[in-house]
Design a protein around this ligand. Structure first.
Ligand SMILES: [Ca+2]
Length: 334
């Protein structure tokens, strides 16, 4: 399938023509368009890269060093084209959302029931929300899955384009970028320092985004720096649900009203190499919020998760179960 979105208007965006040549033999190789968009009313911009549709083997082989049982069974997945953030979402982008009080205009394609909903924003954090990790060009940290989902809803209204968290399948597909090795650059963890911030080189801090080598599809920091929220609810045996000897098309575990657990991928500045592998999975848990003294604990901030952030995707053609998806988490959520 060719990229069907080339004719979509890209408002307030700087268009960069881009010859897209994925190394994967199974991925399609369309010409597509990367773009850079400035958030209206700010000087803050972010870049989106086109990811071709295609099939890939999701999960890891039993023989992969450092593998965890939740990475199997390996199974074939098919995805449609989407755009993905070149970098993790930064504080600069996030501040434009949570420090503003504007209510961006509703998108024309939103159903009437959602149009009435105001965008909600984090309450102030009880401490310095960067926890000393740095702000300018640094990735957002310590935010909940709910917060990341609300950011995407805000950005969608702000830009008139539909943005959301990646599905776990989209994330791994984009991370692998056509590779089947432990990392997108091969299996040799001795080379990890060229591509990622992790426990051995981070000095226990998140770092400015985009400073390490990108993966074959141009994405930075897919391995390490901050681990990244995916839209999916986390289940350790999720793949058994999808893998029954058949192709899984656009698999996703749609999140519920529960605050835990959600998928976070790619490992972080705090992790050892095996946790940064393309197939490594992590589910959030209540230890990520244990230092929050508030009662009830915040649905916005994860005060003990200085290692988690996110990046966004923009599907070319949204899958039915994710159309207009939003977080169902509330203060009453378990
Ligand atoms: Ca990352």
């Amino acid at each position: 399938m060719r990229w069907i979105c080339l004719s979509l208007p890209i408002m307030a965006a700087t268009v960069v023509s881009w010859a897209f040549c994925p190394e994967s033999s199974i991925a399609q190789a369309p010409s597509a368009t990367a773009y850079k968009e400035t958030i209206s009313g700010t000087k803050v911009a972010f870049e989106m890269l086109p990811i071709p549709g295609g099939k890939f083997a999701m999960g890891t082989a039993d023989s992969e060093t450092g593998r965890s049982p939740d990475e199997g069974p390996r199974h074939e997945v098919e995805l449609k084209p989407f755009w993905m953030g070149k970098c993790e979402v930064t504080w600069d982008e996030f501040d434009a959302y949570w420090k503003s009080e504007d209510q961006p205009q509703v998108r024309g394609d939103e159903p009437a029931a959602l149009k009435a909903d105001a965008i909600t924003r984090p309450t102030p954090a009880y401490a310095d929300e960067t926890f000393g990790h740095g702000r300018d060009d640094n990735p957002v940290i310590c935010i909940t899955h709910h917060t990341a989902m609300e950011y995407c809803r805000w950005l969608s209204r702000k830009t008139g384009k539909w943005y959301r968290l990646p599905t776990e399948a989209e994330w791994e597909y984009a991370c692998r970028a056509g590779t089947t090795t432990a990392y997108s650059f091969g299996d040799d963890k001795a080379k990890l320092g060229e591509h990622a911030w992790f426990a051995d080189n981070s000095e226990e801090l998140a770092h400015k985004v985009g400073k390490k080598k990108p993966n074959p599809w141009g994405l930075h920091d897919m391995h390490g720096n901050v681990m990244e929220w995916c839209v999916d609810h986390y289940e350790k045996d999720a793949y058994a649900r999808f893998a029954m000897g058949k192709l899984s098309v656009r698999p996703v575990l749609v999140p519920s009203e529960k605050r835990f657990s959600h998928v976070a991928r790619g490992g972080s500045w705090a992790d050892k190499p095996e946790f940064l592998r393309s197939g490594a999975r992590r589910g959030s848990d209540k230890s990520w919020i244990r230092l929050d003294p508030q009662r009830p604990q915040s649905i916005w901030w994860l005060t003990s998760a200085e290692f988690v952030g996110f990046r966004i995707v923009r599907p070319a053609d949204e899958q039915p179960e994710l159309v207009n998806i939003r977080s169902k988490v509330t203060k009453q959520s378990p």
